[in-house]
Write a protein that binds this ligand. Structure first.
Ligand SMILES: [Zn+2]
Length: 318
């Protein structure tokens, strides 16, 4: 299905239904930028407010807006105190003034699912595009879980012929944007990469950073690895761009290397002098992205020599 890239599933989560059946639901892991301006007057009891194209939005609405912008149609289905179909930020608890109507066939489908599932609970967003249809449930990473009502809803939807592929979990987290965990970390990279020029750094290297959980980044990388390797080979040829080991390229084996490592504990060690405690390693921080700007071809020698270290670019020019 042609979802906006933020909502494309990159893995699956296991959901156990109440009859013991396990279903695997596709899961996307987008980052949504947080809202930094004044909070809207009504925020649904302190729901997180995010920034979608400079508008204050709840996560459900960002998901819907992303889909609408990609040519889908749909509604946010809010089940607080009745069923509400919404497409804009609610202004008050009764949600009345924002009601929209949805096509009768969609309404009928929902009623059928709710009757089968014996619940009025629902995934947050229903979207359709031609003969495609999908449900999306927004879950804030590490905070929200599927409710028992939603687990019943999943079973009802499956029994009504909705495929598991159309029941998508959107496990979102707030984007740190270029917010480094520590200012000295950003300073370190600015000095290393652009000789202290912050403007240049923001312009040139912003896409090379992604502060999400490295596990997610690794999964996403595995999905694009082959494609990106071909792209890099056709652009730069089989040449090592690290050139940091005396035996560089002596073995004719090349792979993709993250120039800024996906995760590393180098700065915790070097800048903060953190020491390993109780036989454990110094904790690593998440830094590098899977953006092609952060991916280079390296020979196996240099790659192994570099590991998770952060190095200044020598052969690599970006
Ligand atoms: Zn090399």
């Amino acid at each position: 299905m042609n979802f906006p890239k933020e909502l494309r599933p990159t893995d699956k989560i296991e959901v156990q239904l109440f009859d013991g059946t396990i279903v695997n639901l596709p899961t996307a892991h987008p980052k949504f930028p947080s809202w930094k301006e004044a909070r809207p007057d009504f925020d649904f009891g302190k729901k997180p407010i995010l920034n979608y194209k400079k508008e204050a939005c709840f996560a459900e609405l960002i998901i819907l807006r992303l889909l609408l912008d990609q040519g889908w149609d749909g509604a946010w289905i809010e089940t607080y105190g009745g069923t509400h179909y919404l497409r804009s930020m609610p202004k008050a608890w009764n949600l009345q003034s924002e009601h929209i109507s949805i096509p009768k066939v969609k309404e009928d489908l929902l009623q059928k699912i709710w009757k089968t599932a014996k619940t009025k609970a629902c995934f947050d967003v229903l979207a359709w595009h031609g003969d495609q249809l999908a449900f999306f449930e927004a879950k804030r990473k590490g905070k929200d879980k599927l409710t028992s009502g939603q687990i019943k809803f999943i079973k009802g939807a499956l029994e009504c012929g909705i495929s598991p592929e159309s029941l998508i979990i959107v496990e979102w987290e707030e984007a740190a944007l270029s917010d480094f965990q520590y200012p000295e970390d950003k300073k370190f990279f600015i000095n290393l990469l652009t000789n202290g020029d912050e403007n240049q750094f923001d312009k040139k290297y912003k896409d090379c950073f992604d502060f999400r959980d490295p596990k997610i980044k690794r999964k996403e990388f595995n999905l694009i690895r082959n494609k990106v390797f071909k792209q890099l080979l056709s652009k730069y040829g089989k040449r090592c761009r690290l050139k940091i080991h005396p035996d560089c390229s002596k073995i004719n084996k090349f792979d993709i290397d993250h120039f800024i490592p996906l995760s590393t504990n180098e700065l915790n060690k070097k800048l903060r002098k953190m020491k390993p405690a109780n036989g454990r390693k110094v904790p690593a921080q998440s830094f590098g992205s899977n953006n092609i700007k952060n991916l280079i071809i390296a020979c196996s020698r240099c790659s192994a020599f570099k590991k998770h270290r952060i190095i200044a670019a020598r052969g690599a020019s970006f």
